[in-house]
Ligand binder design. Structure first.
Ligand code: MEV
Length: 323
């Protein structure tokens, strides 16, 4: 039986969230926590299933809609949108998703699922894998489903590694590798739309102040990029990146997207050995990242006493075909 399997990594924003909405640069990193899609032929209808999330859905291409048999429809919108662009409609398929990434934690789960499905379909139809094309299609899918989206998540999932988005939304893969990271994720999910609106409002009330904070975040990103342009980072480089993470966190707090739960995780991680930590993504809930060379186990253990936390390895690879 024909089978196609592809997986794509999640992402963390290291520098520049929120400022990126106002055309400042940003840097994100791929982490080896993946969304894995398996495609096999189906006898009757095209069916999407994810056992991890208890989701099952049937696609009805004639009526241009999908029907939920179980679970929430959130991620199925992305699946259906990819199928509208990429599926040949003639031969029904089973699409199975295995997901290691927590949903709604700011770790790019929708981008990873979208990228993995596009690659799995291209492979299923024996098409050459073209990363630029996959990244572009995945970004279009996110735009169609969400209304707005920066290309950062989908590019990071497709290419892997460290990704720099410049002020004209041009994507570049940086050469450096990155170190050991702990991710802590709050029980409260972040709501990106609400958080972006909150910053917008504050900016309208205090334009001079907030603009200077957003400029400062942009400058942090540019300083980090200079370091990540190197092939290999020294201990001192990691210390500079850690300092920049901590400064960026202070600015995110100042623009109003921090929460007590995130703060607790950030200070717990620093107390236990993280040299740099900040919230990542939209804030208001969601996740933090902690850079903790040599202290990963300790930080993980301490965070897990009160919160959800997991280890994340840097993923040099983006989307991968497994067969
Ligand atoms: C959310 O992950 C990152 C934000 O900058 C929003 C965006 O870039 O679309 C807050």
């Amino acid at each position: 039986m024909k089978k196609s399997i592809a997986s794509a990594p999640g992402k963390l924003i290291l520098f520049g969230e929120h400022a990126v909405v106002y055309k400042k640069p940003a840097i994100s990193i791929a982490v080896d926590i993946r969304a894995k899609i398996t495609i096999t032929p189906s006898k009757s209808k095209t069916i999407f299933a994810c056992d991890d999330l208890n989701i099952k859905s049937v696609m009805d291409f004639e009526k241009k809609e999908f029907h939920m048999l179980s679970g929430q429809e959130g991620i199925v919108e992305y699946i259906f949108e990819v199928l509208k662009l990429k599926h040949d409609y003639l031969n029904p398929i089973n699409i199975d998703l295995a997901l290691d990434l927590p949903i709604g934690a700011g770790l790019g789960s929708s981008a990873a699922i979208t990228v993995a499905l596009i690659a799995a379909l291209d492979n299923y139809y024996n098409k050459e894998l073209n990363l630029d094309e996959i990244a572009k299609t995945a970004h279009n899918v996110e735009l169609n489903v969400q209304g707005s989206a920066s290309p950062l998540d989908t590019a990071t999932s497709a290419y892997g590694g460290l990704i720099f988005l410049d002020e004209n939304s041009k994507v570049t893969k940086l050469s450096a590798s990155f170190g050991d990271i702990i991710i802590g994720y709050a029980s409260q999910r972040g709501n990106t739309r609400q958080m972006v609106a909150k910053v917008k409002k504050l900016k309208e009330h205090y334009p001079v102040l907030i603009n200077s904070l957003l400029d400062a975040i942009g400058n942090i990103t540019l300083q980090a990029k200079e370091i990540f342009d190197k092939e290999k980072l020294t201990k001192n480089d990691f210390q500079v990146i850690a300092d920049l993470l901590n400064i960026n966190q202070g600015l995110l707090d100042a623009i109003g997207v921090n929460t007590l739960e995130l703060s607790n995780m950030i200070y717990t991680s620093r107390k236990t050995g993280a040299i740099g930590s900040k919230l990542t993504g939209a804030g208001g809930g969601g996740s933090i990242i902690a850079l903790c060379p040599g202290k990963r186990k300790e930080v993980l253990k301490e965070l897990q006493i009160t919160e959800n936390a997991l280890e994340a390895n840097f993923s040099k690879n983006g989307v991968i075909i497994h067969n």
